[in-house]
Design a protein around this ligand. Sequence first.
Ligand code: 5GP
Length: 120
Amino acid sequence: PVSETETRTIFDKIIAKEIPSTVVYEDDAVLAFRDISPQAPVHVLVIPKSRDGLTELGKAGKRHEEILGRLLHAAKMVAEKEGILEGFRVVINSGPSACQSVYHLHLHVLGGRQMKWPPG
Ligand code: 5GP
């Protein structure tokens, strides 16, 4: 099997502070930072600090239940900090057909403008 170190993504470098990011929220398990290419006035990515095989939501297993809950709660904390609790969107792109581009699970927290539904 391919080791996690062999499959490091840009997010591992952000976690290790090897490349800079603007951190919005952080705890022992979760890091949230501003997307480099924001699609809304607020666009924050919420990621697990340890990927633990969670390259995409479609690979989640029973052992990931706790971190998945923590990521969702962190998304709410981000929305609160950013002042968008009145209305915000949380998106997870999982796999190529969903246009996932970084294979380290992440939640997009979007807000600060009127959102459209359904998305494209
Ligand atoms: P995906 O398409 O995989 O769901 O989302 C990946 C997101 O990561 C994109 O919205 C992209 O703009 C963001 N991103 C890619 N590279 C970087 C980076 O180096 N720094 C930050 N802050 N965001 C990044």
